[in-house]
Design a protein around this ligand. Sequence first.
Ligand code: ADP
Length: 484
Amino acid sequence: MKLIDPTLLRSQAYVNGEWIDAEGGETFDVVDPGTGEIVGRVADVGVVETRRAIEAADAALPAWRALTAKRRSDVLRHWYELLMANTEDLAQLMTHEMGKPINEARGEAAFGASFVEWFSEEARRAYGEIIPSHDPSKRMMVFKQPIGVVAAITPWNFPLAMITRKVAPALAAGCTTVVKPPEDAPLTALAAAELASRAGVPAGVFNLLPTSEPAPVGEELTTNPIVRKLSFTGSTATGKLLMAKAAGTVKNVSMELGGNAPFLVFDDADLDAAVAGAIASKYRNNGQTCICANRLYVQDSIYDEFSKKFAEAVAGLRVGPAIDESTTVGPLVNDKALQKVESLVDDALSKGANALTGGKRHALGRTYYEVTVLTDVTPEMRISAEEIFGPVAPLYRFSTEEEGVALANDTPYGLASYFFAGDIARIWRVSEGLEYGMVGANTGLISAVTSPFGGMKESGIGREGSHEGMAEYLETKFVCIGGI
Ligand code: ADP
């Protein structure tokens, strides 16, 4: 791996402003899923280092939160500029550690940086309020204050953006942070910490703990009473586990969990636009995002035409090494991911689904899987209920609008949903009827720093990005002054 600035390839944990080895010198390898090459060897920390990081964050808190919002904003702005100046290296790191196609990785580097820019601006707008008093001798006001030490646990599918989306608002609010990056993709996170250090983020304000064993580090982060908030992005199963642990000390939690996104195509939709939207939503990041379309419902009268056009568009995707400029679909992140996708497709095929295209491992070997479209999928197949996290699009039929919306809502998840339709009244009705935190109407791409990202039901608690993302790191304090 060639970096423009090779010093961005870090291998240690970042605690209290210093790069440290694990106590016992343990390390773990970071492997490029497309080549099998070891691209990094990283400190493998445990409970001892986690405690040190939490204590460092606690010690750094009074001075950081006492800074003016403008000073914190300036530091974040500088971090943003350094991230933007190094997007190519950040993209190279993530492409090699988790297989994101290089052009998408460049997009994520800029997207990740955009949260730091946005929250550097929001830092100065944490307004409180004055409440008209019910008693002439009293005055009432509401302050917004930082929650305190924040623990963040992030996934591999967006190695930079999932960290900046938490750390930037936390720092903007005046909190300090301890982050556990994913074991599959710690290198981008470490480079981001290096850039934060160069930007002048003070020692202890942002700590980063790479580990190959998330459970003991997670246990400490969720049970240590110093930690006041846990922000997690990952699977619903892990999120539930962490929420239960955090309950012991009643930590504030933000949870961005799994999804099972429906994508509805109505008979009055612009079919070409719907196909383009479905491709964008389904195959981005090789299907490995929690908002990727997981179930494509197509209205009866246009089912055949849509399937044909969709399969043609899918044929235009290029599976290949993530580092190639022309690749649109890279390898899956690891063997476990490959096996999961394979078992979901095999289960569907064995129960009567048909592969319009794809349906098996790709000839490139390793963790490559063919871009796949399945028809005749039914609710009895596991693929209907589970998050696929791979390049597989199952197509279902529906007949009426009511049935389509009911099928879309028939899941414990409620993160993202999409639909394509023409009639404006239908666009309103369906937008209101979908039980999801996010709805894309006539678009397959909905994420933006300006908008609240998050889920209903078992997809999570809280919102990231937008002005709401900052509120997650602020406490409301009511002050009543008497004797006036
Ligand atoms: P996925 O790997 O499917 O994205 P996970 O929920 O397993 O979903 O992983 C998301 C993040 O949660 C990763 O950083 C992972 O290391 C972490 N994680 C997994 N299990 C635990 C655990 N028991 N305690 C703390 N963190 C965990």
